[in-house]
Design a protein around this ligand. Structure first.
Ligand code: SER
Length: 319
């Protein structure tokens, strides 16, 4: 392996993990990136892979030694909606998993990426242009684990000098992979339904505005943060990131420009309460200033790109 980037991805088969692992391999070389997940992938891409339960610190240690790892992207977590079905289990996976990674990073001087989320925000947070430094009183166990996780990352940086970097992802939308267990998942499913010509039943109210980000921007931002010179990374909890903000009604209106007969119904469930506790738009001025963050995709550009890729994927004829 090349000496500079020997990367372990934890949770490599998740929504972000699949795409980020491919991007890291394209950038640094297939063999430089070891993908791990609790389960093997259905169609595994070329490159090193190991099954890893993030609660197994010894197995993590072994992989770090075997592959001489110097960076970990720690993506394994139970998301907002799924976490509510078993809060203590979600807490255990999210927190112990992070501790295992941070401890390994301390011992082996590894660089770490930790994804935080807009789920750190809660009802007491300003809802529009949510500032970087603000009230964070989340209502979900996922949100609580991300607030605590951010603080632990900063602690490991300040106390032990661990180079840990983080962003608060909005809802992530991409054609490459499916999300699981989140509150923003509807915004991926809606595209698949439209392209397949199926009815879409939305689990949020049509007017629920949430911050979102296209996958390509999320990946570019993550790589930019991880490659930034350390002195530019001034925030060691987690950076706000903004892409776009929209409601289900707005994304449906955009999709309807391509599929005029798209049929949609709304049946809010327990996820509505989670969405209502989050903020609507994000101020990402610190990320822009410190390491040059800038999202490229807005709702129309994303919709065009999603639809054309999904049409290829489902092998449909061009609209
Ligand atoms: N997409 C995530 C969720 O909905 C937010 O980080 O849980």
């Amino acid at each position: 392996m090349n000496v500079n980037n020997r990367i372990l991805v934890v949770g490599a088969n998740g929504q972000i993990g699949l795409v980020l692992t491919a991007a890291l391999r394209a950038r640094y070389g297939t063999d430089q990136v070891v993908a791990t997940d609790i389960r093997p992938a259905t169609n595994p891409p070329a490159g090193p892979f190991a099954v890893l339960d993030v609660l197994d610190s010894q197995a993590l240690e072994q992989l770090i030694q075997d592959y001489n790892i110097n960076q970990i992207y720690h993506l394994a977590a139970i998301l907002s909606a799924r976490g509510e079905s078993d809060p203590r289990w979600a807490w255990q996976i999210n927190m112990e998993g992070l501790f295992n990674v941070l401890e390994a990073a301390r011992l082996h001087k590894l660089k770490v990426f930790f994804p935080s989320s807009i789920a750190v925000f809660g009802p007491s947070t300003p809802r529009d242009h949510t500032p970087q430094h603000t009230a964070m009183e989340p209502t979900t166990v996922y949100g609580i684990s991300k607030v605590a996780g951010e603080q632990w990352c900063q602690y490991y940086f300040q106390r032990y000098g661990v180079d840990v970097r983080s962003v608060r992802y909005p809802g992530i939308i991409g054609y490459q992979s499916m999300p699981g267990g989140g509150t923003t998942d509807y915004a991926v499913e809606v595209y698949h339904r439209a392209v397949k010509g199926e009815h879409f039943n939305c689990f949020l109210r049509p007017d629920t505005r949430l911050p979102m980000l296209y996958m390509d921007d999320a990946i570019a931002g993550t790589l930019a943060l991880m490659e930034a010179p350390p002195e530019q990374v001034k925030i060691r909890t987690s950076y706000n990131l903004a892409g776009m903000s929209f409601t289900p009604a707005e994304v449906v209106a955009e999709i309807t420009k391509y599929f005029p007969d798209f049929s949609v119904s709304y049946q809010p469930d327990y996820r509505q309460r989670i969405a209502d506790s989050w903020t609507q738009s994000i101020d990402d001025g610190d990320a822009r200033r410190d390491w040059g963050w800038q999202a490229r995709f807005d709702l129309p550009a994303m919709t065009q790109d999603m639809i054309s890729h999904l049409q290829q994927y489902y092998a449909l004829t061009q609209v």
